[in-house]
Design a protein around this ligand. Sequence first.
Ligand SMILES: *Cc1c(COP(=O)(O)O)cnc(C)c1O
Length: 472
Amino acid sequence: MNPTDNASRDLLRKIPQVNDLAAAALADDETTGLPRQVVLDATRRVVERLRETILSGSTGSLSPSEFETESLAGKVREEARRAMKPRMVKVINASGVILHTNLGRSPLSIRALEAVVRTSRGYCNLEYRLDEGTRGSRQDHLESLLCALTGAEAAVVVNNNAAAVLLVVSALAKGREVIVSRGQLVEIGDSFRLPDIMSQGGARLIEVGTTNRTRLEDFSNAIGPETALIMNIHKSNFKMVGYTEDVPLSELVELGRQHFIPVAEDLGSGSLVDLEPFGLEGEHTAGASIAQGADLVTFSGDKLLGGPQAGLIVGTAEYVEEIRRHPLARAVRSDKMAVAALEATLREYLEPDSALESLPALRMLSEPAEKVKRRANKLKRALGGSDSDSLSCEVVPETSRAGGGTLPTAEIPTFCLSVSSKRVSAAELEIALRGREPAVVCRVHEDRLLFDLRTVSDDEINELAAAIAALA
Ligand SMILES: *Cc1c(COP(=O)(O)O)cnc(C)c1O
C-alpha cells in the first residue's frame, strides 16, 4: 500500500498523541512504580511501531480497537515493564561447555561470593593497612597467596589476562624486540591477536620458525642487541598435530639466561592443580612454569582457575616490580569485587582436594560421568519419569567441552537428557527455552534438544525440569 494514500493517512491520524497516550498509561493504578521517563520512552516505541505497521502496508492485521487509547496504554505499560526488567539474567547452562565465555566463564564459589558481599556492601580495607593505619596496596591481599600457590617470588593482578600480556610487553619490551614462534601467534577471540598486542605494547615482533616447527636455534639466531623478551604462548584454543616441533620452556629459559633476556610464558588458562588425573591433558600448571624457570607467567582468573575475571602475573621480584610500576598497571587494575572474589578463590586452593568440590569449574571438569548420569536421571524423573504425550526423553552418553579456549580437543564423557517433541521442531523449542526466566541454553542435535547435566547443578534441576515441562 502506498503510504500517501488516503486509507493510510486516516489510520495515522487515529494514533493518539504521545503525551496523551503516556498520560493514559501512567494514570492506571497498576503503573505505580513505573518511572515517568520509562513510560514516555515506551509510548514512543509503541507509537513508532504502529506507524511503521501502517506505512509498511500490513494494516490488514490491525483492528479498529487497536487504536483505542486504553488498548494502546496497555501495550505501553507492558513495554515499560519489560524495559524495567534487568537485561542481565540468570542462565541455566545445559550446553555442557564449562568455561562458556558468552555465559560468564567460570561460576564463583560460595566463599568467593560471600567475600564480595562482605567487602562491597560497605567499606573494606582494599588499599588500607589496618595494622599501621596507612595506605596499602590492593595487591597485598593476593600476592603472598599467589606466591605460595605457584612458587613465584612476586605477583601482581590486573583486570584480565589480555591486559596482563599487554602490560608484560609494554613494561619489558617497549621500543624493542620480542621473539615468538610462528606456531604460537594465536588469536584468542574477539580481536585479541598476539601480533596486535605486541604492537599495542610498542614492541617489535620477531617471528621465528615456521607454522608447524620451531627449533631452539631459530630463537638463538634471532637474538640481537634489541631483543628484550622471549615469549612462549600457550596455544589454548587450537591444537597442532602431525609433523610439529616446539621448543620446551626449559630450553627457552636456558637460552634466555645465557643472554640475560627474560622469558615470559602466557599460559592463558593456567590451572593451579594438575588436571591430568581427570583425563585432561595439555595444560601444565602455573607452578610448573615457574619451576621450569619462566621469569614471568600470565594467566586468567576465570578460566581453569575458577574465579572472577582477572589477569594474574607471577614471576621474579625484579620484573614484577617493573610491571607494577608501569603507568598502564593503573589503567588495567582490578576492582575491589574481583580482588575479594580472587582472594577467596585462591584460598580454596590451600586445600586442593576440597577445591575440586568447592570451585564449580573444577567440580564440573573433574566430576565422574556416572555422577552426571545420576543427575540426568533425576531430571528425567522430575519430568514425570516416563515419556509424556508430546515430549520424549531419554538419558544418553555424550561429550562435554572445557570451553573458554581451554583444552580444545578434550572430550569429557558426560550424560545428557535428550528431548524431542512430536509436534514442534527442536530449533523452535530451543528459542522458547532462551526466552524464559531463568533462560536455558542447551545443544540441538538431529532435531533433539540435548541438556548436558555436567554444567547443571543439583539445585537447578527443578527449574530446568519446569522449563522443559513447559515445552510440552
Ligand atoms: C584466554 C587467553 C588470553 C586472554 O585472557 P582473558 O582473561 O580472556 O583476557 C590470553 N592468552 C591466552 C593464551 C589465552 O588463552
